[in-house]
Design a protein around this ligand. Structure first.
Ligand code: ADP
Ligand code: MG
Length: 429
Protein backbone atom coordinates (compact mmCIF):
# COMPACT_ATOMS: atom_id res chain seq x y z
CA UNK A 1 0.00 0.00 0.00
CA UNK A 2 1.15 3.52 -0.78
CA UNK A 3 2.29 5.58 2.20
CA UNK A 4 0.11 8.56 3.12
CA UNK A 5 1.28 11.93 1.83
CA UNK A 6 2.00 14.06 4.87
CA UNK A 7 0.80 17.67 5.02
CA UNK A 8 3.52 20.25 5.51
CA UNK A 9 3.97 20.90 9.20
CA UNK A 10 2.85 17.45 10.36
CA UNK A 11 5.10 15.53 12.67
CA UNK A 12 4.27 12.91 15.27
CA UNK A 13 4.93 14.15 18.77
CA UNK A 14 6.88 12.52 21.54
CA UNK A 15 6.50 13.48 25.19
CA UNK A 16 9.11 16.25 24.97
CA UNK A 17 8.00 17.88 21.73
CA UNK A 18 4.38 17.70 22.87
CA UNK A 19 5.23 19.68 26.00
CA UNK A 20 6.78 22.43 23.88
CA UNK A 21 3.82 22.41 21.55
CA UNK A 22 1.24 22.68 24.35
CA UNK A 23 3.30 25.47 25.86
CA UNK A 24 2.80 27.41 22.63
CA UNK A 25 -1.00 27.20 22.82
CA UNK A 26 -1.84 29.90 25.40
CA UNK A 27 -5.26 28.67 26.57
CA UNK A 28 -3.96 25.11 27.03
CA UNK A 29 -0.86 26.34 28.86
CA UNK A 30 -3.11 28.38 31.13
CA UNK A 31 -5.37 25.41 31.78
CA UNK A 32 -2.40 23.21 32.80
CA UNK A 33 -0.87 25.98 34.93
CA UNK A 34 2.73 26.66 35.95
CA UNK A 35 5.71 26.54 33.55
CA UNK A 36 5.83 23.70 30.95
CA UNK A 37 8.87 22.24 32.70
CA UNK A 38 6.54 21.15 35.53
CA UNK A 39 4.18 19.23 33.24
CA UNK A 40 4.30 15.45 33.24
CA UNK A 41 3.56 13.84 29.88
CA UNK A 42 2.87 10.09 29.57
CA UNK A 43 2.05 8.18 26.44
CA UNK A 44 -0.89 5.91 27.28
CA UNK A 45 0.15 3.24 24.85
CA UNK A 46 -3.04 1.21 24.53
CA UNK A 47 -4.53 2.92 21.47
CA UNK A 48 -4.89 0.68 18.44
CA UNK A 49 -4.56 3.34 15.80
CA UNK A 50 -3.25 6.56 17.36
CA UNK A 51 -0.95 8.16 19.87
CA UNK A 52 -2.63 9.18 23.13
CA UNK A 53 -0.87 11.20 25.83
CA UNK A 54 -1.94 12.18 29.33
CA UNK A 55 -0.57 15.53 30.44
CA UNK A 56 -0.64 16.69 34.06
CA UNK A 57 0.12 20.25 35.12
CA UNK A 58 -0.09 21.90 38.53
CA UNK A 59 -3.62 23.21 37.82
CA UNK A 60 -5.21 20.42 35.78
CA UNK A 61 -4.65 17.79 33.13
CA UNK A 62 -5.53 17.19 29.47
CA UNK A 63 -5.52 14.21 27.14
CA UNK A 64 -3.94 14.58 23.70
CA UNK A 65 -4.74 12.28 20.80
CA UNK A 66 -2.70 12.45 17.61
CA UNK A 67 -3.26 10.43 14.46
CA UNK A 68 -0.31 8.68 12.83
CA UNK A 69 -0.14 8.17 9.06
CA UNK A 70 -0.46 4.42 9.68
CA UNK A 71 -2.15 1.96 12.05
CA UNK A 72 -0.18 2.19 15.29
CA UNK A 73 -0.69 -1.46 16.23
CA UNK A 74 0.58 -2.76 12.87
CA UNK A 75 3.10 -0.13 11.78
CA UNK A 76 3.95 1.71 8.59
CA UNK A 77 2.99 -1.25 6.40
CA UNK A 78 -0.67 -0.31 7.00
CA UNK A 79 -1.09 3.35 6.00
CA UNK A 80 -4.16 5.23 7.25
CA UNK A 81 -5.04 8.87 6.47
CA UNK A 82 -4.50 11.53 9.10
CA UNK A 83 -7.89 13.01 8.18
CA UNK A 84 -9.48 10.58 10.62
CA UNK A 85 -8.60 13.12 13.30
CA UNK A 86 -10.70 15.72 11.48
CA UNK A 87 -13.73 13.41 11.52
CA UNK A 88 -13.17 12.47 15.14
CA UNK A 89 -13.11 16.15 16.04
CA UNK A 90 -16.27 16.90 14.03
CA UNK A 91 -18.07 13.96 15.62
CA UNK A 92 -16.95 14.88 19.15
CA UNK A 93 -18.30 18.39 18.67
CA UNK A 94 -21.59 17.13 17.29
CA UNK A 95 -21.96 14.54 20.07
CA UNK A 96 -21.20 17.16 22.68
CA UNK A 97 -23.88 19.44 21.27
CA UNK A 98 -26.42 16.61 21.36
CA UNK A 99 -25.34 14.64 24.42
CA UNK A 100 -23.51 17.11 26.65
CA UNK A 101 -21.69 15.46 29.52
CA UNK A 102 -21.48 12.06 27.82
CA UNK A 103 -18.35 12.76 25.73
CA UNK A 104 -15.01 14.39 26.63
CA UNK A 105 -14.88 18.14 26.03
CA UNK A 106 -12.57 19.24 23.23
CA UNK A 107 -10.24 22.10 24.18
CA UNK A 108 -8.17 22.41 21.01
CA UNK A 109 -7.88 20.90 17.56
CA UNK A 110 -4.89 21.20 15.23
CA UNK A 111 -5.84 20.11 11.73
CA UNK A 112 -2.25 20.03 10.41
CA UNK A 113 -0.94 17.96 13.30
CA UNK A 114 -4.10 15.77 13.26
CA UNK A 115 -4.23 16.37 16.99
CA UNK A 116 -7.02 16.87 19.53
CA UNK A 117 -6.54 18.20 23.05
CA UNK A 118 -9.44 17.11 25.23
CA UNK A 119 -10.70 16.65 28.74
CA UNK A 120 -8.58 14.20 30.70
CA UNK A 121 -10.83 11.45 31.97
CA UNK A 122 -9.61 10.51 35.42
CA UNK A 123 -10.20 8.31 37.34
CA UNK A 124 -12.31 6.82 34.55
CA UNK A 125 -11.32 3.44 33.16
CA UNK A 126 -12.16 1.66 29.93
CA UNK A 127 -15.49 -0.01 30.59
CA UNK A 128 -14.47 -3.33 29.03
CA UNK A 129 -11.80 -3.69 31.69
CA UNK A 130 -14.31 -2.97 34.42
CA UNK A 131 -16.70 -5.57 33.05
CA UNK A 132 -14.00 -8.23 32.85
CA UNK A 133 -13.39 -7.50 36.54
CA UNK A 134 -17.14 -7.90 37.21
CA UNK A 135 -17.78 -4.26 38.09
CA UNK A 136 -21.38 -3.06 37.81
CA UNK A 137 -22.18 0.29 36.30
CA UNK A 138 -25.66 1.06 37.50
CA UNK A 139 -26.13 4.23 35.44
CA UNK A 140 -24.66 2.92 32.24
CA UNK A 141 -27.82 1.73 30.49
CA UNK A 142 -29.46 5.08 31.16
CA UNK A 143 -26.43 7.04 29.96
CA UNK A 144 -25.69 5.08 26.81
CA UNK A 145 -29.35 4.88 25.76
CA UNK A 146 -29.53 8.66 26.10
CA UNK A 147 -26.32 9.06 24.09
CA UNK A 148 -27.55 6.82 21.29
CA UNK A 149 -31.12 8.14 21.20
CA UNK A 150 -30.04 11.79 21.07
CA UNK A 151 -27.08 11.52 18.69
CA UNK A 152 -28.97 9.26 16.28
CA UNK A 153 -32.38 10.93 16.43
CA UNK A 154 -31.17 14.50 16.03
CA UNK A 155 -28.95 13.69 13.04
CA UNK A 156 -31.67 11.73 11.22
CA UNK A 157 -34.30 12.80 8.68
CA UNK A 158 -36.84 12.67 11.50
CA UNK A 159 -35.26 15.76 13.05
CA UNK A 160 -33.29 17.46 10.25
CA UNK A 161 -34.45 19.18 7.10
CA UNK A 162 -33.32 17.54 3.87
CA UNK A 163 -30.70 20.19 3.21
CA UNK A 164 -29.26 19.98 6.72
CA UNK A 165 -29.10 16.22 6.36
CA UNK A 166 -27.34 16.36 3.00
CA UNK A 167 -24.85 18.89 4.34
CA UNK A 168 -23.98 16.44 7.12
CA UNK A 169 -23.61 13.57 4.68
CA UNK A 170 -21.19 15.76 2.75
CA UNK A 171 -19.22 16.72 5.86
CA UNK A 172 -18.53 13.10 6.79
CA UNK A 173 -18.34 11.56 3.32
CA UNK A 174 -14.54 11.67 3.17
CA UNK A 175 -14.02 9.25 6.07
CA UNK A 176 -13.80 6.41 3.56
CA UNK A 177 -10.60 4.76 4.78
CA UNK A 178 -12.05 4.15 8.23
CA UNK A 179 -15.30 2.86 6.75
CA UNK A 180 -13.26 0.52 4.58
CA UNK A 181 -11.67 -1.02 7.67
CA UNK A 182 -15.16 -1.86 8.94
CA UNK A 183 -16.29 -3.09 5.53
CA UNK A 184 -13.36 -5.50 5.31
CA UNK A 185 -12.76 -6.58 8.89
CA UNK A 186 -16.38 -6.89 10.03
CA UNK A 187 -18.42 -7.60 6.95
CA UNK A 188 -16.09 -9.65 4.75
CA UNK A 189 -12.95 -11.28 6.12
CA UNK A 190 -14.34 -13.37 9.01
CA UNK A 191 -16.44 -15.29 6.43
CA UNK A 192 -13.56 -16.21 4.12
CA UNK A 193 -9.92 -17.28 4.26
CA UNK A 194 -8.04 -14.07 5.00
CA UNK A 195 -4.54 -13.43 6.29
CA UNK A 196 -5.82 -11.15 9.06
CA UNK A 197 -8.13 -13.74 10.63
CA UNK A 198 -7.31 -15.60 13.79
CA UNK A 199 -9.24 -17.64 16.31
CA UNK A 200 -8.65 -19.96 19.24
CA UNK A 201 -6.99 -22.82 17.38
CA UNK A 202 -7.28 -25.74 17.02
CA UNK A 203 -10.37 -25.69 19.29
CA UNK A 204 -12.47 -23.50 16.99
CA UNK A 205 -11.00 -24.66 13.65
CA UNK A 206 -14.08 -26.65 12.73
CA UNK A 207 -16.52 -23.89 13.65
CA UNK A 208 -14.49 -21.29 11.75
CA UNK A 209 -14.57 -23.53 8.66
CA UNK A 210 -18.34 -24.02 9.09
CA UNK A 211 -18.80 -20.25 9.16
CA UNK A 212 -16.74 -19.85 5.99
CA UNK A 213 -18.86 -22.45 4.21
CA UNK A 214 -22.24 -21.24 5.42
CA UNK A 215 -24.03 -19.74 2.42
CA UNK A 216 -27.02 -18.54 4.45
CA UNK A 217 -24.67 -16.65 6.74
CA UNK A 218 -22.75 -15.19 3.81
CA UNK A 219 -26.02 -13.94 2.36
CA UNK A 220 -27.00 -12.39 5.70
CA UNK A 221 -23.66 -10.66 6.31
CA UNK A 222 -23.72 -9.33 2.75
CA UNK A 223 -27.16 -7.77 3.29
CA UNK A 224 -25.81 -6.13 6.43
CA UNK A 225 -22.76 -4.89 4.52
CA UNK A 226 -25.01 -3.39 1.86
CA UNK A 227 -26.96 -1.63 4.57
CA UNK A 228 -23.74 -0.29 6.06
CA UNK A 229 -22.57 0.92 2.63
CA UNK A 230 -25.78 2.51 1.48
CA UNK A 231 -27.84 3.86 4.40
CA UNK A 232 -26.91 7.33 5.62
CA UNK A 233 -29.62 7.31 8.29
CA UNK A 234 -27.81 9.31 10.97
CA UNK A 235 -24.40 10.29 12.30
CA UNK A 236 -23.11 7.09 13.82
CA UNK A 237 -20.13 6.73 16.14
CA UNK A 238 -19.01 3.75 14.11
CA UNK A 239 -17.05 1.91 16.83
CA UNK A 240 -19.39 1.96 19.82
CA UNK A 241 -18.17 -0.95 21.90
CA UNK A 242 -17.29 -1.16 25.58
CA UNK A 243 -13.66 -0.29 24.72
CA UNK A 244 -14.86 3.11 23.46
CA UNK A 245 -16.47 4.00 26.78
CA UNK A 246 -14.71 5.32 29.87
CA UNK A 247 -16.54 5.05 33.18
CA UNK A 248 -16.58 5.60 36.89
CA UNK A 249 -19.36 4.36 39.18
CA UNK A 250 -21.25 7.58 38.42
CA UNK A 251 -20.07 8.80 35.02
CA UNK A 252 -20.02 7.60 31.43
CA UNK A 253 -18.00 9.14 28.60
CA UNK A 254 -18.03 7.88 25.03
CA UNK A 255 -14.62 8.35 23.38
CA UNK A 256 -12.95 7.63 20.04
CA UNK A 257 -15.49 8.45 17.29
CA UNK A 258 -12.89 8.40 14.49
CA UNK A 259 -15.04 5.91 12.52
CA UNK A 260 -17.97 8.35 12.49
CA UNK A 261 -19.97 8.80 9.30
CA UNK A 262 -23.56 8.99 8.17
CA UNK A 263 -24.60 5.35 8.37
CA UNK A 264 -27.24 2.94 9.67
CA UNK A 265 -28.33 3.56 13.27
CA UNK A 266 -28.51 -0.15 14.09
CA UNK A 267 -24.75 -0.37 13.66
CA UNK A 268 -24.15 1.68 16.83
CA UNK A 269 -26.90 0.13 18.91
CA UNK A 270 -25.90 -3.34 17.72
CA UNK A 271 -22.23 -2.74 18.53
CA UNK A 272 -23.07 -2.04 22.15
CA UNK A 273 -25.49 -4.94 22.52
CA UNK A 274 -23.16 -7.37 20.75
CA UNK A 275 -20.30 -6.45 23.06
CA UNK A 276 -22.48 -6.92 26.13
CA UNK A 277 -23.45 -10.38 24.91
CA UNK A 278 -19.78 -11.26 24.35
CA UNK A 279 -19.01 -10.19 27.89
CA UNK A 280 -21.93 -12.31 29.14
CA UNK A 281 -20.49 -15.46 27.55
CA UNK A 282 -16.95 -14.62 28.70
CA UNK A 283 -17.89 -14.50 32.40
CA UNK A 284 -17.69 -18.31 32.79
CA UNK A 285 -14.00 -18.05 31.97
CA UNK A 286 -13.35 -15.52 34.73
CA UNK A 287 -15.08 -17.30 37.61
CA UNK A 288 -12.93 -18.56 40.48
CA UNK A 289 -15.50 -21.27 41.13
CA UNK A 290 -18.38 -22.26 38.84
CA UNK A 291 -21.36 -20.00 39.48
CA UNK A 292 -19.37 -17.36 41.37
CA UNK A 293 -20.32 -14.73 38.83
CA UNK A 294 -23.96 -15.73 38.39
CA UNK A 295 -25.27 -12.44 39.79
CA UNK A 296 -22.92 -10.42 37.65
CA UNK A 297 -23.85 -12.38 34.56
CA UNK A 298 -27.50 -11.57 35.20
CA UNK A 299 -26.61 -7.90 35.62
CA UNK A 300 -24.95 -7.99 32.19
CA UNK A 301 -28.08 -9.44 30.57
CA UNK A 302 -30.43 -7.10 32.40
CA UNK A 303 -28.31 -4.17 31.29
CA UNK A 304 -28.34 -5.49 27.72
CA UNK A 305 -32.13 -5.42 27.85
CA UNK A 306 -32.18 -1.95 29.35
CA UNK A 307 -29.84 -0.60 26.68
CA UNK A 308 -32.35 -1.48 23.97
CA UNK A 309 -35.55 -0.68 25.88
CA UNK A 310 -34.11 2.61 27.13
CA UNK A 311 -32.94 3.53 23.66
CA UNK A 312 -36.29 2.63 22.11
CA UNK A 313 -38.38 4.62 24.55
CA UNK A 314 -36.08 7.67 24.45
CA UNK A 315 -35.89 7.65 20.66
CA UNK A 316 -39.69 7.42 20.38
CA UNK A 317 -40.13 10.19 22.92
CA UNK A 318 -37.83 12.46 20.90
CA UNK A 319 -39.81 11.63 17.78
CA UNK A 320 -43.08 12.55 19.52
CA UNK A 321 -41.74 15.81 20.91
CA UNK A 322 -39.23 16.96 18.25
CA UNK A 323 -40.74 15.94 14.94
CA UNK A 324 -38.97 18.67 13.01
CA UNK A 325 -37.51 16.77 10.04
CA UNK A 326 -38.61 16.37 6.46
CA UNK A 327 -39.44 12.69 6.93
CA UNK A 328 -42.98 12.11 8.29
CA UNK A 329 -43.62 15.89 8.15
CA UNK A 330 -45.70 17.03 11.09
CA UNK A 331 -47.92 18.99 8.68
CA UNK A 332 -48.99 15.76 6.98
CA UNK A 333 -50.13 14.15 10.23
CA UNK A 334 -52.20 16.86 11.85
CA UNK A 335 -55.63 15.20 12.11
CA UNK A 336 -56.88 12.97 14.96
CA UNK A 337 -56.78 9.77 12.89
CA UNK A 338 -53.33 10.66 11.63
CA UNK A 339 -51.96 10.43 15.15
CA UNK A 340 -52.94 6.77 15.34
CA UNK A 341 -51.35 6.06 11.96
CA UNK A 342 -48.21 7.91 12.95
CA UNK A 343 -47.84 5.80 16.11
CA UNK A 344 -48.20 2.68 13.97
CA UNK A 345 -45.50 4.01 11.64
CA UNK A 346 -43.24 4.67 14.60
CA UNK A 347 -43.74 1.15 15.91
CA UNK A 348 -42.94 -0.30 12.47
CA UNK A 349 -39.84 1.89 12.24
CA UNK A 350 -38.60 0.60 15.60
CA UNK A 351 -39.22 -3.03 14.54
CA UNK A 352 -36.99 -2.47 11.51
CA UNK A 353 -34.37 -0.74 13.57
CA UNK A 354 -34.43 -3.60 16.07
CA UNK A 355 -33.89 -6.16 13.30
CA UNK A 356 -30.93 -4.11 12.01
CA UNK A 357 -29.57 -3.88 15.54
CA UNK A 358 -29.77 -7.66 16.04
CA UNK A 359 -27.98 -8.30 12.73
CA UNK A 360 -25.22 -5.79 13.37
CA UNK A 361 -24.78 -7.02 16.95
CA UNK A 362 -24.19 -10.51 15.56
CA UNK A 363 -21.68 -9.18 13.02
CA UNK A 364 -19.75 -7.49 15.82
CA UNK A 365 -19.72 -10.68 17.87
CA UNK A 366 -18.44 -12.86 15.04
CA UNK A 367 -15.64 -10.51 14.02
CA UNK A 368 -14.25 -10.48 17.58
CA UNK A 369 -13.96 -14.27 17.59
CA UNK A 370 -13.00 -15.14 14.01
CA UNK A 371 -11.54 -11.89 12.63
CA UNK A 372 -8.48 -9.71 13.23
CA UNK A 373 -9.42 -7.70 16.33
CA UNK A 374 -10.22 -9.67 19.47
CA UNK A 375 -11.18 -8.41 22.90
CA UNK A 376 -9.93 -8.93 26.42
CA UNK A 377 -13.26 -10.41 27.55
CA UNK A 378 -12.18 -13.65 25.84
CA UNK A 379 -8.43 -13.04 25.44
CA UNK A 380 -7.90 -12.84 29.17
CA UNK A 381 -9.46 -16.26 29.83
CA UNK A 382 -6.42 -18.33 30.74
CA UNK A 383 -7.86 -21.81 30.16
CA UNK A 384 -7.93 -22.23 26.41
CA UNK A 385 -10.58 -24.95 26.35
CA UNK A 386 -12.83 -22.81 28.53
CA UNK A 387 -12.21 -19.81 26.33
CA UNK A 388 -13.08 -21.76 23.18
CA UNK A 389 -16.30 -22.98 24.84
CA UNK A 390 -17.34 -19.44 25.73
CA UNK A 391 -16.51 -18.26 22.23
CA UNK A 392 -18.38 -21.14 20.57
CA UNK A 393 -21.54 -20.28 22.53
CA UNK A 394 -21.28 -16.66 21.50
CA UNK A 395 -20.80 -17.71 17.89
CA UNK A 396 -23.86 -19.93 18.03
CA UNK A 397 -26.02 -17.13 19.36
CA UNK A 398 -24.60 -14.70 16.80
CA UNK A 399 -25.36 -17.08 13.96
CA UNK A 400 -29.04 -17.33 15.00
CA UNK A 401 -29.24 -13.58 15.46
CA UNK A 402 -27.79 -12.86 12.06
CA UNK A 403 -29.75 -15.39 10.05
CA UNK A 404 -33.09 -14.94 11.88
CA UNK A 405 -32.89 -11.29 12.96
CA UNK A 406 -36.55 -10.69 12.15
CA UNK A 407 -37.82 -13.64 14.14
CA UNK A 408 -36.68 -12.12 17.44
CA UNK A 409 -39.45 -9.82 18.55
CA UNK A 410 -37.82 -8.52 21.71
CA UNK A 411 -34.44 -8.06 23.30
CA UNK A 412 -35.69 -10.33 26.10
CA UNK A 413 -36.01 -13.21 23.65
CA UNK A 414 -32.36 -12.79 22.65
CA UNK A 415 -31.25 -12.69 26.27
CA UNK A 416 -33.33 -15.83 26.96
CA UNK A 417 -31.56 -17.65 24.12
CA UNK A 418 -28.19 -16.48 25.48
CA UNK A 419 -29.08 -17.86 28.92
CA UNK A 420 -30.03 -21.21 27.43
CA UNK A 421 -26.85 -21.45 25.37
CA UNK A 422 -24.68 -21.35 28.46
CA UNK A 423 -25.66 -24.98 29.01
CA UNK A 424 -24.60 -25.97 25.52
CA UNK A 425 -21.41 -28.06 25.50
CA UNK A 426 -19.84 -27.46 22.08
CA UNK A 427 -17.74 -30.11 20.38
CA UNK A 428 -14.35 -28.53 19.94
CA UNK A 429 -11.59 -29.25 17.45
P1 ADP B 1 -7.37 4.58 19.44
O1 ADP B 1 -8.42 5.13 18.55
O2 ADP B 1 -6.01 4.74 18.91
O3 ADP B 1 -7.68 3.18 19.87
P2 ADP B 1 -8.57 5.73 21.83
O4 ADP B 1 -9.28 7.00 21.55
O5 ADP B 1 -9.39 4.51 21.95
O6 ADP B 1 -7.41 5.50 20.74
O7 ADP B 1 -7.68 5.93 23.11
C1 ADP B 1 -6.70 4.98 23.50
C2 ADP B 1 -6.63 4.92 25.02
O8 ADP B 1 -6.26 6.18 25.55
C3 ADP B 1 -7.96 4.60 25.67
O9 ADP B 1 -8.16 3.23 25.74
C4 ADP B 1 -7.83 5.25 27.03
O10 ADP B 1 -7.13 4.38 27.89
C5 ADP B 1 -6.96 6.45 26.75
N1 ADP B 1 -7.74 7.69 26.55
C6 ADP B 1 -8.29 8.12 25.39
N2 ADP B 1 -8.93 9.30 25.57
C7 ADP B 1 -8.76 9.63 26.87
C8 ADP B 1 -9.17 10.74 27.68
N3 ADP B 1 -9.88 11.75 27.18
N4 ADP B 1 -8.80 10.75 28.97
C9 ADP B 1 -8.07 9.73 29.49
N5 ADP B 1 -7.66 8.67 28.79
C10 ADP B 1 -7.99 8.61 27.49
MG1 MG C 1 -9.89 4.25 17.66
Amino acid sequence: MKPIELPQGYKPHDALSLRDYLGSVPHIAKRLGGPPSTWVVDEVGDGNLNLVFKVHGPLSGVAVKQALPYVRLVGESWPLPLTRSHYEYLALEEERRLAEGLVPKVFHHDETLALIVMELLEPHIIMRRGMVAATRYEHFADHISTFMARTLYFTSDLALSADQKKTMIGAFSGNTALCKITEDLIFTEPYMVAANNRWTSPELDRLAAEFRNDVILKGAISRLKLKFLSSPEALIHGDLHTGSVMVTAEETRVIDPEFAFMGPMGFDVGAMIGNFLLNYFAQDGHEDTPGAREDYREWVLQTTEQIWTGFESKFLELWRTHQTGDAFPASLFSGPLDAVQLEAERAAYMRNLFADTVGFAAAKMIRRILGLAHNIDFEWIKNKTMRAKCEARALKLARSMMTSARSFNSIASICALARGLRNWQPELG
